[in-house]
Design a protein around this ligand. Structure first.
Ligand SMILES: Cc1cc2nc3c(=O)[nH]c(=O)nc-3n(C[C@H](O)[C@H](O)[C@H](O)COP(=O)(O)OP(=O)(O)OC[C@H]3O[C@@H](n4cnc5c(N)ncnc54)[C@H](O)[C@@H]3O)c2cc1C
Length: 467
């Protein structure tokens, strides 16, 4: 008998729970992938993410073919394509790994309801899911620190390899090119996907993980793993990266780095369980008291919006972050917090517009972490930054980029501005503007808002709607 493994987000053969399980029970297994048409109808899908996804599917297929196997591809609607493969192959079972977004939940329910064959699903994408970690009164955790304590205490599975299995000859579609999918190369410096790249990143990060606790906030140091798109598309597994950190802990027991890094993995699980338990947060604030706030939409704030996304606000640290994103499809976590806070508390931009933009541009765009991160910075989520704590974009820069190295890298017109003026170039005397070839108002803008005024206004707006 044959089993079909419908692969979705776990774009790897190793430690792919559904595949491992199928290979233990069947000698013949069909790894199956549906290029889901509706994925490409999503207006918030952008080139960096689609390219990364396509690389990853293609390389998984190549990898399997190199071993005399295959990834059987079909393009269309999942419910129809999974139904068709079942009709063609008459497998005993369909296996797949669970997914947690509202769309995936709907898709999987529809597929299950329309299949006559037995379906078995697995936890794979997270360490702990759904309602596995609950408060003592049986509710999902809304505060990370308590959640994390239980997350660390719980036993964790180790990565597994699939057993030997064969893939029968089954007709497969070709993977459409990016052009066929409607995506033109915008000439960005984007990331390559695929497992090999993920394993290389993991290997490189081993050299940095010991210093992660002290270095992670300094964007110019490039001290984080940059594994986020790989975890999103499952080119490496959560277990592989967790146990890598565990081995590094054992190698260097005095270092706090690996534990601090694992705390980030726990944040990822935390947000995924929140999304599963509170799916309405995709477009509503977790804190209901803020649901009637009138944000400025992209249209209403059109000039500010353009300046913000193009990194031309006159706040160097914010601009550097937004330009790193625009040019590479990725932004450092400290900058994600600072720019999002600025979008909220300085520009009062609608968080849903920001969500759309980030979704389109981030290579690692992931619904749960994105909603969690944005709502945190907007002070409207679970365990969010309190509304009266407003990031100061200059002090953030001075603290996390004291010499302006990150700013100079992404805002080249400030390249020759001396260190003492790099965070507030608008205060530069004229002769220094001349010497550094950066005329304020000409080469680099003055701040588009008065930060202290905006701060007061924002606090007031929150107070006006608080219950
Ligand atoms: C406004 C905002 C939006 C965000 N959007 C996303 C997103 O779309 N996709 C995404 O993966 N992360 C998102 N994050 C979380 C975080 O910024 C990125 O995961 C991180 O910057 C990725 O870089 P890294 O892989 O080098 O992280 P590392 O520091 O090396 O961390 C390791 C892994 O832990 C996870 N992680 C780290 N920080 C967080 C966090 N705060 N929340 C949840 N998981 C975390 C990621 O999977 C990451 O790859 C967002 C954060 C904010 C503030």
């Amino acid at each position: 008998m044959t089993a079909v493994v419908w692969i979705r987000r776990s774009l790897r053969e190793e430690d792919n729970t559904a595949l491992v399980q199928a290979s233990e029970e069947y000698e013949e297994v069909v790894p199956f992938y549906v290029v889901d048409d509706s994925y490409f109808e999503n207006a918030d899908l952008g080139y960096p993410r689609v390219k990364f996804w396509r690389d990853s599917v293609q390389r998984l297929r190549q990898n399997l073919q190199d071993k005399g196997k295959d990834l059987v591809l079909r393009k269309g609607k999942p419910v129809e394509q999974v139904g068709k493969i079942v009709e063609e192959l008459n497998p005993e079972k369909i296996y797949f790994n669970r997914d947690y977004s509202p769309y995936s939940k709907r898709r999987d329910r529809e597929v299950r309801e329309n299949l006559s064959v037995e379906v078995e699903t697995f936890k794979d994408n997270v360490m702990f899911e759904k309602r596995e970690i609950l408060t003592n009164s049986g509710d999902p955790y809304k505060v990370y620190s308590y959640y994390a304590k239980k997350w660390f205490d719980k036993q964790k599975r180790r990565p597994q390899k699939p057993s030997k299995y064969a893939v029968p000859d089954v007709e497969s579609d070709q993977l459409p090119s990016l052009q066929e999918l409607g995506f033109e190369d915008p000439g960005m410096n984007v990331w390559e996907g695929g497992r090999k790249k993920g394993l290389e990143r993991m290997e490189r990060f081993k050299e940095k993980i010991s210093d992660y606790d002290s270095d992670r906030d300094y964007a110019w140091k490039d001290s984080t793993s940059k594994l986020s798109p790989h975890l999103k598309f499952g080119t490496v597994s959560i277990r592989e990266v967790f146990w890598m950190a565990e081995r590094m802990k054992a190698r260097n027991p005095d270092s706090e780095g690996p534990k601090t890094w694992q705390e980030e993995l726990a944040w990822r699980d935390f947000y995924l369980q929140l999304l599963w338990n509170y799916p309405e947060t995709v477009n509503q604030p977790f804190q209901k008291q803020y649901q009637d706030i009138e944000w400025r939409t992209k249209k209403q704030a059109s000039e500010d919006w353009k300046r913000f996304v193009n990194g031309k606000t006159g706040f160097p640290f914010v601009d550097a972050g937004m330009r790193q994103l625009k040019e590479t499809g990725w932004m450092h976590n400290r900058l994600r917090m600072v720019t999002t806070s600025f979008a909220c508390k300085d520009l009062w931009l609608d968080w849903r517009d920001l969500h759309s933009y980030f979704s389109r541009v981030f290579v690692d765009a992931e619904l749960a972490s994105m909603v969690g991160g944005i709502q945190w910075a907007y002070s409207i989520g679970t365990d969010a930054q309190p509304y009266f704590r407003v990031f100061n974009p200059w002090t953030q820069g001075e603290r996390y980029d004291p010499d302006g190295k990150y700013i100079r890298r992404w805002v080249p017109e400030l390249g020759d501005v001396p260190k003492e003026h790099i965070h507030k170039p608008f205060e530069m005397p004229e002769e220094i503007q001349e010497e550094s070839g950066c005329e304020i108002g000409e080469d680099y803008p003055r701040p588009i808002v008065d930060h202290s005024q905006q701060r007061e206004k924002s606090i007031q707006r929150f107070e006006d709607v608080r219950e």
